[in-house]
Write a protein that binds this ligand. Structure first.
Ligand code: PLP
Length: 502
């Protein structure tokens, strides 16, 4: 077997360009200049990472991107090779356009490489378990069509005017009635309609935190909240979880030391872990937050997607002091693209959030608010939940069986009572989920890489699979492909690590 070549790569560790991009740039340059001729064997990722004193994921990502651009190729059991000559021949079409796009890129965030890998999954034929949306076959298409037509007929141009920033009055009433069935007693004045739950979270962060204030979350947490914290420039502190949710001892220590301005939690079917916070922990969390006077932002977007076990009250239903801000939406239950969510909170907080909402987009689209209102009035929500939850349960069982049958021995996963996600941990002895990703996509399956959900460097062997996203036959095929990709790479991985270096 060919020995791997030694790569000489000067890295700028203090610059803005992420290490993995520097690696890509240098290796590409060396190929194009002929320093690395076609057929050269590159060092195993672990060895190059050690030699350059960089993280292995940077090397894995760089190799993956260079492979997708056609500069490198990987051969099971033999290693990674330069795939083309640098004798002036133009790189493949897509490389040229990729390069042009990169020139204009904004500075990247550290997890950018992982997100880029996740985007690769949008190839036709890939069974993707990575998204956070319900599957399109769950959408109530004809009910939506009827509702839109009825609204336009009934309201005419009024349905296309600006709406009050607080939201369409009848929809706010309907939300008040809807959440009262979940145990939340509030007045219509406490309901603010938003552009999905995502906007609800963003508005709350903007209204209550200033730059560099601390926002506390569970660790791992919802990726969308990590994005919000980054773009709003607030400091994110993830607190580890146990089987019952956020660890209160660690939370209290953090509150004492750093006085955070907000605690963000997903008490029911936490994303990504699927954890449900039991009643006693809910009460303890509220007591703690009250003792230290820290508001709690509750994200309830998966609350109603329960197909097993006992219903628990949202935190807002247990809130005696008005310290909880409740955020949710009709997106996961009904229609993600219609973008209707809401915030429920009291007094001063409401006013501040409303001002930010007004500044953000004047109002949530009028037509969509009215259509969703009509669908609620017509009892669509109950029908949707009944049917979708039954189907989610069926798909979960298919996924659990497929996981047991096809995923590598030693893999662990949760068994959720609701929501849409399996939270999987691969055996530590094999490739981690970022390393597996490219092979998996090549094999025709994708997932969400677990480490992106952490606020710390963690979860390397974790992955999140949306078991609700596909019909049973595709779930089985997807898990089969995943197991096959892992076995091929594990084998490859073993051999690469054993092979001698120059
Ligand atoms: C926990 C959580 N909150 C909020 C959202 C955003 O939901 P929406 O589509 O209602 O904006 C998501 C979407 O994945 C989510 O998982």
């Amino acid at each position: 077997m060919l020995n791997a070549t030694h790569l000489s790569i000067p890295l700028d560790r203090d610059g803005e360009e992420p290490i993995y991009r520097q690696l890509i740039r240098h290796i590409r340059m060396q190929i194009e200049s002929g320093t690395l001729p076609a057929g050269t064997r590159l060092p195993a990722s672990r060895d190059l990472a050690r030699q350059l004193n960089v993280s292995r994921i940077s090397v894995v990502n760089a190799y993956a991107e260079l492979r997708s651009e056609g500069f490198l190729s990987a051969h099971a059991g033999r290693g990674t090779f330069v795939a083309r000559d640098g004798n002036g021949a133009a790189p493949p079409e897509k490389t040229a356009s990729n390069n042009a796009a990169r020139v204009h890129e904004a500075p990247t965030t550290p997890d950018r490489s992982l997100r880029e890998m996740m985007r690769m999954a949008r190839k036709p034929g890939v069974i993707s378990f990575s998204q956070g949306a319900p599957p399109p076959e769950f959408f109530p298409m004809s009910a939506l069509r009827d509702a839109l037509n009825a609204v336009l007929e009934r309201d005419g141009a009024k349905a296309l005017m600006y709406e009050m920033a607080e939201g369409y009055g009848p929809l706010r009433h309907a939300v008040r009635d809807y959440v009262s069935a979940l145990g939340i007693q509030c007045s219509t004045d406490s309901v603010l309609i938003t552009g999905g739950t995502q906007q609800a979270l963003d508005l709350v962060v903007q209204a209550l935190l200033s730059e560099n204030d601390f926002l506390v979350t569970e660790n791992p947490t919802y990726l969308g909240m990590i994005d919000i914290a980054r773009t709003r420039r607030v400091q994110l502190q993830g607190i580890p979880m146990d089987d019952d949710g956020i660890r209160l001892d660690m939370l209290e220590n953090f509150i004492i030391d750093h006085a955070p301005k907000l605690i963000y939690v997903m008490p029911t079917f936490q994303n990504p872990t699927g954890t449900v916070m039991p009643l006693h922990r809910r009460r303890q969390l509220l007591n703690l937050a009250h003792d230290y006077n820290v508001p709690v932002l509750e994200d309830s977007v998966y609350h109603e997607l329960r197909f097993e076990g006992e219903n628990l009250p949202p935190l807002k239903a247990l809130d005696d002091y008005g310290g909880v801000i409740h955020a949710s939406g009709f997106t996961k239950m009904m229609l993600p693209g219609i973008r209707i969510g809401y915030v429920i909170c009291d007094g001063g907080q409401y006013e501040r959030i409303l001002r930010v909402k007004q500044a953000a987009d004047i109002s949530t689209p009028t037509l969509n608010q009215r259509a969703i209102h009509l669908m609620l009035e017509r009892g669509m929500m109950a029908q949707q939940l009944e049917r979708n939850n039954r189907e989610l349960k069926r798909r979960l069982h298919v996924a659990l069986e497929a996981a047991a049958k096809y995923l590598p021995p030693g893999t662990r996963w949760n068994v959720p009572e609701g929501g849409m996600y399996l939270w999987v941990e691969l055996p530590k002895s094999g490739p981690n989920s970022a390393e597996l990703y490219i092979s998996a996509v090549e094999m025709g399956v994708s997932y969400a890489i677990g480490s992106v959900f952490y606020t710390t460097v963690s979860g390397s062997h974790r992955m999140r699979l949306n078991f609700g996203a596909h019909k049973p036959a595709d779930i089985i095929e997807g898990f089969k492909r995943l197991g096959r990709a892992w076995r091929e790479l594990a084998c490859d991985y073993d051999e690469m690590e054993k092979s001698p270096l120059l």
